[in-house]
Design a protein around this ligand. Structure first.
Ligand SMILES: [Zn+2]
Ligand SMILES: [Zn+2]
Ligand SMILES: [Zn+2]
Length: 344
């Protein structure tokens, strides 16, 4: 009888966001790094039959991107997109299974019976690596979609009685404030800014719920009362890493130096949102350069125009005026208070 292998089927996968409510909890960046390191060890231990090409060499590039210094690593880019990070964790766990499959060599001797299943596991690994690569390279956004954060029950913020959800109250409060401060601004922009702020507030609460070590939530008490800029966490003596209160990642303490900290929290908040009334790109950026590039698509900037928020007349090249508004509106969120009215 001729043994005829079944045609290899691609492993099935669930849609990205269905991972977000899995019961086993959301993986942290450090857990993703552990997974990558386990995959790395397994990959290096795979014994390929002599003369057979290793079909999964591009894994090493992905592994390098994950294990790079924190600021440049793939894993740090996932901190603003927890659902995507959860998906990456899932893909890595499937890859780990595939890499853990025994090779066709037993005690250095070629074992025909094991070849087929080994080959299948290698094909599975190839699929998961490709998926991981596409997921990381084609990330459409730098920050999770505002609509997703606002509508996903995963990000709900329960009140002190654990029953009422606070986001509606908080949004009313934020919008009311924005209307008072920018009474002449277009209602679409007032609402967009309110939504962006509420989304980050929900995300901060989510991180806070998920970053406990030994069940103890990290206190967000390091805000300077006189300024809105989020301050770095206190550094325990001799520590090499510290938990960031805004993204819950374990970050090297060197990132708490002023310039690097600024870049870090700008990424955590992605405060620069599009200020063009007709834009529906859900655009949010961590740098003024990226924001400028986006705003130029709307032919905004070079003409003399009034500020879309405070309506002050601005000479050409006054982008900084607007980015300062955005920093102040979005980065001054203080999630440690549960009571919307007392938040500011
Ligand atoms: Zn952070
Ligand atoms: Zn836009
Ligand atoms: Zn203004």
């Amino acid at each position: 009888m001729i043994f005829e292998p079944q045609r290899h089927k691609e492993p099935t996968m669930l849609p990205l966001r269905s991972f977000f409510t899995r019961e086993d909890g959301a993986p942290k960046s450090t857990e993703i790094i552990d997974q990558v390191q386990r995959c790395r060890r397994l990959y290096n231990a795979i014994q390929h039959p002599r003369g057979q090409p290793n079909r999964n060499t591009c894994w090493t590039e992905i592994e390098k991107a994950f294990l790079a210094d924190y600021e440049f690593s793939s894993v740090s880019k996932l901190r603003t997109m927890p659902a995507l990070r959860q998906f990456v964790g899932y893909v890595l766990s499937r890859l780990e299974d595939a890499f853990a499959h025994p090779g066709p060599l037993q005690d250095g001797i070629w074992c025909e019976a094991l070849v087929f299943s080994f080959e299948r596991a290698q094909q599975d690994a190839e699929f998961w690596i490709k998926l991981l690569r596409t997921t990381l390279c084609n990330r459409p956004l730098g920050y999770e979609s505002v609509q997703f954060i606002l509508s996903s029950p995963e990000y709900a913020v329960p009140g002190a009685d654990c029953e009422n959800e606070l986001s509606g109250l908080y949004r009313d409060f934020v919008l009311d404030n924005l209307r008072k401060r920018y009474p002449k601004a277009n209602a679409v922009l007032q609402q967009r800014l309110a939504d962006a702020r509420v989304a980050r507030w929900r995300m901060l609460h989510w991180h806070k719920r998920n970053m406990s070590t030994d069940g103890e939530p990290i206190a967000l008490s390091s805000y300077r009362p006189e300024g809105f800029w989020p301050q770095p966490p206190a550094l325990p003596a001799g520590a090499k890493e510290v938990l960031c209160p805004y993204c819950a990642d374990a970050i090297p303490v060197a990132i708490c130096e002023p310039e690097r900290w600024k870049a870090h929290v700008l990424y955590d908040f992605h405060p620069y949102i599009c200020m063009h009334e007709e834009c529906n790109a859900d655009a949010a950026f961590a740098s003024t350069e990226d924001w400028n590039y986006h705003m130029c698509c709307h032919a905004w900037e070079d003409e003399e125009e009034a500020c879309p928020l405070c309506k002050m007349d601005l000479p050409p090249g006054s982008a900084r005026h607007l980015t300062e508004h955005l920093e102040e509106e979005i980065m001054s969120i203080q999630p440690h208070s549960h009571c919307p009215g007392k938040e500011d």
